[in-house]
Write a protein that binds this ligand. Structure first.
Ligand code: SUG
Length: 448
């Protein structure tokens, strides 16, 4: 049964804005007062999908979430005769909470879930654990809706299990596939699943960052490996270097990316890095290759500002990889030089494609943040009922949909505009029909 990786990219939502909500995410903190362009954000994301699909890489989409999220505002005590009045009450009393409930952060689908393909799991089904994202309130709102959306797409219980998110407590902080990598020696071989945590919740003797939060715990990663039925011999856990988290590496995918038998990472990615690489080598086998970038070539702060490692590694027929990187990597001399040399050396990187994803990048989201990798057999793919797989017709329909509904400028004050709530709901209502998803949003369920 042929197994193929499908990239499920998030579509930036109609309320995309910069609110400085993510502590330790330097780009998001720096751009807090910038005006955002939701239309541009969505079109940049679709352009990346379109280009990769045109090169033959399987592409699918995950929809934005409903924002502003009125149920959360009501839960926080903002009341009113209708939803507009609730938004107005929040805008008056607590604009920061309105911004948190208006964030389009669900676009970063690398944080939607951790996915274990069927060859890796004890029961032979594809397992999904939606991330609880408890480290930030604005992101924690995503978990129940992501669960609902994944269940709408992967509804066949014979082939798929969409678990509930882990318990919503800091001890089980889980940020999904951004801290998870799957290696495999051949397309159909069982994978080696590599989980990276920021800290252990209970082992207080282990090192931890001093300045910024460690978002993923060892206990969360271990619970996911257990519930997905992964073989311990094919599961590796590692800890992120606390100094890297304190330098702005808030997820492992800001400092490492892996695929097939290749790991591309910075020299300051993991605690006891030599031991981690040796363990991966043992688990993956002789073909395992670590392409480790030294700090003298790309200092940690440059890795964070360019998002060199927040790239996609796409397998090629010749066994090498295409690196899909942010445009910022071409613009910085250190990363541009590193990539030119890497390609010229004839090593595992055959080609580098860069994309302008600046709207997302300003909130700390690069190419890899915007996609969730789901590896499926042909039968599993055929069992997906929703129309989420990308082809020219779908991309054209999505672009037209974005141009019809999205604004090209949003600043903090716009979040209070009652028309934005209506526009956003109209857009999402239409999208669920376009994607064949059914009523996945609260506003569709409450008002029908
Ligand atoms: O959780 N930014 C997101 C970016 C997530 C990037 N994802 C991966 N690395 N996989 C975050 O920090 C900023 C929102 C704001 O400030 O408006 C934000 O949530």
């Amino acid at each position: 049964m042929a197994l193929a990786e499908i990239n499920f990219d998030g579509i930036p939502g109609p309320t995309h804005n910069y609110a400085g909500l993510a502590h330790g995410n330097l780009a998001a903190e720096r751009n807090a007062t910038h005006a955002a362009d939701p239309r541009g954000a969505a079109l940049q994301g679709i352009a990346k999908m379109r280009a990769l699909a045109a090169r033959g890489y399987a592409q699918a989409v995950l929809p934005p979430h409903e924002r502003p999220f009125v149920p959360a505002l009501r839960a926080l005590g903002f009341a009113g005769t209708d939803d507009h009045a609730v938004v107005a009450a929040a805008a008056r009393a607590a604009p920061t909470l309105l911004a948190a409930c208006s964030s389009a952060a669900a676009m970063w689908t690398a944080n939607a879930a951790t996915v274990s393909p069927s060859p890796d799991t004890a029961d032979g089904r594809v397992h999904f654990t939606p991330a609880n994202l408890v480290s930030h309130f604005h992101r924690s709102l995503e978990a129940p809706v992501t669960t609902r959306i994944l269940r709408a797409i992967f509804g066949d219980p014979v082939r798929f299990v969409v678990h509930a998110p882990l318990p919503a407590a800091p001890q089980f902080g889980d940020e999904g596939a951004a801290n998870h990598t799957r290696f495999a020696t051949a397309a159909d071989a069982p994978g080696i699943e590599f989980f990276v945590h920021g800290a252990s919740a209970y082992d207080t003797s282990a090192p931890r960052p001093a300045r910024y939060p460690a978002r993923q715990t060892l206990e969360a990663s271990a619970a996911i490996a257990r519930r997905h039925g992964l073989a311990p011999a094919r599961t590796v856990h590692a800890q992120q270097l606390p100094a890297a988290i304190d330098a702005g590496v808030f997820h492992n995918d800001v400092i490492a990316v892996g695929s097939g038998t290749l790991l591309f990472c910075h020299e300051h990615a993991f605690v006891d890095q030599a031991a981690v690489l040796a363990q991966l080598g043992d688990a993956v086998g002789d073909a395992f290759t670590a392409l480790v970038v030294p700090a003298h070539a790309v200092p940690l702060d440059v890795a964070v500002s360019t998002y060199l490692f927040n790239s996609q590694l796409l397998a090629r027929a010749d066994g090498r990889f295409t690196l899909v990187a942010p445009l910022e990597c071409r613009e910085h001399p250190a990363t541009a030089r590193y990539l030119d040399d890497a390609v010229a050396s004839g090593g595992p990187l055959a080609e580098v494609l860069t994309f302008d994803l600046r709207q997302s990048m300003r909130n700390g989201g690069g190419p890899a943040c915007l996609r969730l990798r789901v590896t499926l057999t042909d039968d599993e793919r055929a069992a997906v009922g929703a129309r989420v797989f990308g082809d020219d017709a779908l991309f054209a329909a999505l672009e037209a949909w974005v141009r019809r509904h999205y604004r090209d400028r949003i600043v903090a004050a716009d979040l209070a505009d009652p028309a934005l709530l209506d526009e956003s709901r109209r857009a999402l209502d239409e999208l669920t029909v376009l994607l064949g998803l059914g009523a996945v949003y609260d506003f569709q369920r409450d008002h029908r």
